[in-house]
Design a protein around this ligand. Structure first.
Ligand SMILES: Nc1ncnc2c1ncn2[C@@H]1O[C@H](COP(=O)(O)OP(=O)(O)OP(=O)(O)O)[C@@H](O)[C@H]1O
Length: 302
């Protein structure tokens, strides 16, 4: 079990913290989707877990031991599959795997077994003799993944591993990550892409300005999210609607994020009493994107 407790981080000379009081828990077998717009703090959080940034405040525990203790004793328990290429471009796929296997202190039969398993898992067997710089973007990410998996890590960190990847490799990478969690690893998957998070995450944390705004299972988050009422009618104004919730005026429609516990009935009754004819009304819970926008007032792709 990975636990982050009140983690905070401020870069030198920054006016605001990149992480502020972040607490999260990720059990084995779980994929935690870390969702946030640019600058939310995702990479800063992952850099703490990978050991690239030292903890300034708060703590990170793995099975009750501090991250520092775990890294000092068994650095290979944690692996990062980054967005950028993390291999030697002049070496072939097989040479890269052999080189990183040795760096992970694997040797003999165990080394050969892990190289074969990771090559198979990432479906790179037919590219074993190809120089890494000649691989397509999707295959390069698969090589990153194979290298990260060599020491059989218990905690896997993925920082936007599918950016710029073709749809086939993207689907492959997502399936592979899901199956990793099923074998008992804890996985943190940071992304801008909501559909990816919806597809693979068991739990979701929405991060913005370094803070966790919501955390829970996807069902939990959405069932606790506010009701959204979308209306099309002439004669509406903010003053009239704002007592029912937070109001947004679109080009053709008004959106009301209703106050907790309230439904559409009182709004429609009030409009009818004011003689306003509603042309169109739609009512339901936020989906993940709407929840995100209501929380952060930003689009995921801003
Ligand atoms: N090396 C640094 N020095 C100073 N400030 C930094 C540094 N790295 C990141 N920041 C700031 O810290 C905040 C969090 O950045 P971070 O890169 O962790 O966000 P992110 O969610 O990963 O964003 P993106 O999706 O764009 O990669 C931002 O305000 C960013 O400008």
């Amino acid at each position: 079990m990975l636990e982050l407790k009140h983690l905070g981080h401020r870069y030198p000379h920054a006016t605001a913290p990149a992480l502020a009081d972040v607490s999260l828990a990720v059990p084995r077998g779980c994929v935690l989707g870390l969702l946030g717009p640019n600058g939310a703090g995702k990479t800063t959080l992952i850099s703490h877990l990978s050991g690239a940034l030292a903890v300034q405040s708060g703590e990170i525990l793995i099975d009750g031991q501090t991250l520092q203790q775990v890294r000092a004793k068994t650095p290979t328990r944690i692996a990062v599959a980054p967005q950028d290429q993390a291999f030697y471009s002049m070496l072939t796929v097989a040479e890269n795997l052999a080189c990183f296997a040795a760096a992970s202190r694997l040797s003999g039969a165990r080394k050969r077994e892990r190289i074969d398993a990771c090559m198979r898992f990432s479906q790179l067997e037919s590219f074993a003799g190809v120089r890494a710089d000649r691989l397509s973007g999707g295959l390069k990410r698969r090589l990153n993944l194979a290298i990260a998996l060599l020491p059989e890590p218990e905690l896997m960190l993925f920082d936007e591993p599918t950016v710029g990847v073709d749809p086939q490799s993207r689907a492959f990478i997502l399936d592979a990550i899901k199956s990793l969690a099923q074998t008992g690893a804890a996985v943190i998957y940071a992304s801008h892409y909501m559909e990816e998070i919806e597809a693979i995450a068991d739990r979701v944390a929405i991060l913005d300005h370094g803070r966790v705004l919501r955390e829970g299972s996807l069902d939990d988050l959405l069932s606790r999210s506010a009701m959204l009422l979308t209306l099309a009618a002439d004669g509406l104004d903010v003053e009239m609607l704002s007592r029912f919730g937070t109001v947004e005026q679109g080009a053709a429609q008004w959106r009301i994020h209703l106050n907790p516990g309230s439904g559409p009935g009182p709004v429609l009754a009030a409009l009818e009493a004011s003689g306003i004819a509603v042309r169109h009304a739609e009512f339901g819970r936020h989906d993940l994107e709407q929840l995100f926008m209501a929380l952060t007032h930003r689009s995921l792709r801003d």
